[in-house]
Design a protein around this ligand. Structure first.
Ligand code: SF4
Length: 343
């Protein structure tokens, strides 16, 4: 369901703009629809009769947009949610420590990054704007949410209209600070054209992973062919425009992109840029083609880069103790469901 569908439905029930806004605010904040409004002014009390009578059915339909199938807490304070969306599909949503949530924007993904479980399935379906927002609603029913990152399953640039609509809703009725909405992309010209035009301009995360164009083409075979320095320049222009730094994502793969050649090239690429480098050690499972570098190597890399003026952080993929990494939980659940015939 997209926002336009919901708007048509509300209009047919006699909802005026003030009713629609109150309903959206209640839903996005994880409150019941019948509690729309404030305690001072219970807007729901003055809804047209048809709208009041439709609230239970409407609530049930909104709940159906994202239903928690299972919840997998991790010792780091995060929790992976396996979420059923309509049409029998599943996505992962991750509750992050410090009031964050990571949402999925597609079932599967067409970029086919070699180190990513989601990429192995190809693109199965787009996630609608309201299905994206519904993941945040589910998170808010469990804990406070002040940050939403679009780093779950899928490439947000490949579902741009839905993602931008979700961002707009979350940054307005959802009350989330614009820089705390983080659009993560492998880099797509449409992103750099559309984001600056939005009413809600999110933070930007670029999945770079290497300074070498040919290695990037190998690791991200279906990403647009934008050279790393060009991608950094595009990210920089957006960061300066919105006033918050671009987050550069670098999944660390042992023996692939943790070498001295990369270390030598990174400072030049970051020189003068309004950017933060996030090193994310790969979360290896048995049988994976890639491995995470040793701890000492990661420390060495951070020290070297920091000494060359790069703002660098090490980020662990949340919830990795419970089969973390993009799409791994869903992949396991599908395997489980298929082998046990639960669906
Ligand atoms: S890492 Fe992200 S962009 Fe790459 S295949 Fe996985 S979901 Fe898609």
């Amino acid at each position: 369901m997209r926002l336009t569908d919901l708007d048509l439905r509300l209009a047919s029930l006699g909802a005026r703009p003030v009713h629609r806004d109150a309903l959206l605010r209640a839903w996005l904040q994880g409150r019941p629809l019948h509690a729309a409004g404030t305690t001072r002014q219970q807007v729901a009390d003055v809804f047209p009769k048809a709208l009041r009578e439709a609230l239970p059915q409407l609530s049930a339909e909104l709940d159906d947009l994202a239903r928690i199938r299972s919840e997998h807490p991790a010792p780091d304070g995060s929790a992976r949610l396996l979420v059923d969306i309509p049409d029998g599909q599943m996505v992962e949503t991750v509750l992050l420590p410090r009031d964050g949530v990571c949402v999925s924007s597609q079932v599967g993904c067409a970029v086919a990054c070699r180190f990513c479980m989601t990429g192995k399935s190809g693109l199965l379906r787009q996630v609608s704007s309201l299905e994206i927002v519904a993941q945040v609603v589910q998170a808010r029913r469990r804990r406070p949410v002040r940050k939403v990152v679009f780093m779950g399953m899928g490439e947000p640039a490949h579902n741009l209209d839905n993602v931008l609509e979700a961002i707009d809703l979350l940054g307005t009725h959802g009350g989330i600070g614009h820089k705390n909405l983080v659009f993560s992309t492998v880099g797509d010209p449409r992103v750099f054209e559309r984001l600056p035009l939005q009413r809600v301009k999110p933070g930007l995360a670029l999945s770079l992973h290497t300074t070498r164009a040919e290695l990037r083409e190998h690791l991200l075979p279906k990403a647009p062919r934008i050279a790393p320095d060009e991608l950094m320049a595009l990210g920089e222009a957006y960061a300066r425009r919105v006033g918050y730094p671009v987050q550069v994502q670098w999944t660390l793969l042992k023996g692939v992109n943790d070498g001295d050649d990369e270390l030598a090239a990174i400072p030049a690429l970051f020189a003068g840029k309004y950017a933060v480098l996030n090193l994310i050690p790969f979360n290896s499972l048995e049988g994976d083609d890639y491995q995470r570098p040793d701890g000492e190597r990661i420390v060495e890399m951070v020290r070297y880069l920091a000494s060359r003026g790069v703002l660098v952080k090490v980020r662990n993929s949340a919830g990795q103790e419970v089969a973390g990494g993009c799409g791994q939980l869903r992949a396991r659940a599908v395997e489980f469901v298929n082998t046990r015939g639960l669906r």
